[in-house]
Write a protein of this length. Sequence first.
Length: 396
Amino acid sequence: MTATFHRLLLVALALAGLAGGCAEAPRKGGASREIVFPSPPEEPRFVFERSLYTSADVTEEDRNAMLRRALTGEGERGGEGMAKPYGIAASAGRIYVSDPVAQTIKLFDIPAKKYATIGADPQDQLVQPLGLDVDAKENLYVVDAVTKQVKVYDAKGKFLRLLGGPKMLSRPSGVAVSPGGERVYVVDTGGVQRHEEHRVRVFDGASGAHLFDFGKRGTGEGEFNLARDAAVAPDGRVYVVDSGNFRIQVFDRDGKFLKAFGGVGRYPGNFARPREIAIDREGRVYVSDAAFGNVQIFDGDGQLLMHIGERSERDQPARYMLPSGVAVDRDGRLYLADEFFRRVDVFRPAALKAGEGHAAGSAMPAAAAGGALPAATGGAAASPAGGTVPVEPKSK
């Protein structure tokens, strides 16, 4: 067949799609079969659902653009992409992704089929957005590492207020908000200089007043070495990624040390380059690791349950080179960003049917989302060397 005939065939197919509703074409990195975790014969707990690369993955495509691609032979993926997706927050089908290179927050609004950017206004422009969190009122909290502030926006992206500042923060990287928004925990990573603090600074969520700090540089209980991120559990406990000590530390709401889990190593439950953390409605803990290329899932006491993903140099679903941001929404969907492949993967709890939940465009009863994982699972967990190794539930 000639190139002209191929072009005409594409036009015909495009026109047919415009008339009767066009089926979605296979996308780069798309799955040809269902991808589940853990792998069979274990009972599936999560199902790979979709990848987000650009604004075109959520917005309704312009019909003229479809026809133009058919006529010109343009690639099928258009829209605005991500330069370096870092942190993630998710709520009610709205996925916020920090992009420090683009100096904005990318908002993928799945129910509304819309895309927007936050933080580009010159009056409150973001410079290097990193960690994110969302409170119960859908307010968005963004760490700006350069201005050394936490900037707060409402659900529509309107700037509300600032927390911190150069006199309060040294090298902020992560932020976590208590369930009711009363307290904001800001991870001040610190550095190699002696004067740089390694701590968590706590602010009043309403007034922005500084309340107290916890942590200092060290390896002991309650001490940090280059902490990266934090998350608040439904019971108010605060989990901190203590990256330089290769562990997760747990504190009560007032900063009292409770326990730690993890450690440096290459086996399941260990960490190599822990990045960000999220906690679901059942209190399960999700930790991304850039070296392992996965997210490990623990119960609230630090017992390993399972993992999702593995390290790879190929851009495919559930394969990662530099995973970073991780989030879990109220429906139990898991979101994981990869800086290298510049995408966000979405995983649906196996207990949630396809098409259910906010991120599928339809609301569901809040109680229906729980129970995606048991208290502990056997099966396979990640090995940094690639592949899997068996994991037995640990006795408490």
